[in-house]
Design a protein around this ligand. Structure first.
Ligand code: F6R
Length: 250
């Protein structure tokens, strides 16, 4: 696990967007994308660099981590809507090459098809992840088996509470979502996990310093061969000096 600590959001966005630009310039890149507050500055930077460097996304395919069930793609808090607004509408990607799990209809069928589609496209080359304050990645909540593929999950009260800032009230926050499973996520060839803010410091410290456990889903990343953890000073604030000395790269 490689760890980078930056002082500003802008530095984080710069570093992570460069990782993506490197992939996008390859022949047929498959990118794994996340929603939530954390990746927004990175997407803004990506849009900026796409314009500056005249980069085309025509050959890019994307798979998002998750989607709420029961709210349609036109809902302003659906993750499809989020991705269109924050990235896809601002670049020249073919919208049919952008996949977000479908939270409507036959969910059983949808989850199986999602894993099959990722496999058909040759797997994900670079996956961006945020982390929940409870250590979830995508919507794999504590207790989720490391062997799970894409599935439907009931959101914990803490996650609904964390996400209510995007809704008018907690009652509007969906109770379930479709999420890429942990087994699906770790198949990505390269992973960049980004965390900012003090409320992520505990989860980050446990993920890096403790043994993998399903109590902290992000700890599955321990055994992945190619993970970069990108932090600000607040989210890194609980790391021991031993970790900082041994793992943090300048
Ligand atoms: C979103 C996702 C979630 C978020 C996590 C952190 O697609 O998969 O795991 O990454 O809940 O959310 P923010 O970035 O809003 O703190």
């Amino acid at each position: 696990m490689q760890i980078k600590i930056f002082k500003t959001q802008d530095e984080i966005a710069n570093f992570v967007s460069d990782m993506f630009i490197e992939e996008i310039k390859k022949e047929s890149p498959v990118l794994g994308l996340a929603t939530g507050g954390t990746p927004v500055p990175t997407y803004e930077k990506l849009i900026e660099k796409t314009k500056e460097q005249n980069i085309s996304w025509k050959n890019v395919k994307t798979f998002n981590l998750d989607e709420y069930t029961g709210i349609g793609p036109a809902h302003s808090q659906s993750y499809r809507y989020f991705m269109n607004e924050n990235l896809f509408n601002k670049i020249d990607i073919n919208i049919y090459n952008t996949y977000v799990p479908n939270g409507f209809g036959n969910l059983e069928k949808n989850v199986n098809e999602y894993d099959e589609k990722i496999a058909q496209e040759g797997g994900i080359d670079l996956q961006i992840l945020g982390i929940g304050s409870n250590g979830h990645i995508a919507f794999n909540e504590p207790g989720t088996s490391f062997d799970q593929k894409t599935h439907v999950i009931e959101l914990t009260e803490q996650t609904r509470e964390d996400n209510k800032r995007f809704f008018n009230s907690i009652d509007e926050v969906p109770t379930h979502s479709i999420t890429m499973g942990l087994a699906t996520i770790v198949k990505a060839k390269k992973i960049v996990l980004v965390a900012t803010g003090e409320n992520k410091a505990d989860a980050i410290c446990k993920m890096i310093e403790e043994q993998p456990t399903t109590d902290l889903p992000a700890s599955i990343l321990h055994d992945h061969a190619n993970v970069v953890v990108v932090l600000d000073e607040a989210s890194a604030s609980k790391l021991s000096s031993k970790t900082i000395e041994e793992l943090v790269e300048a």
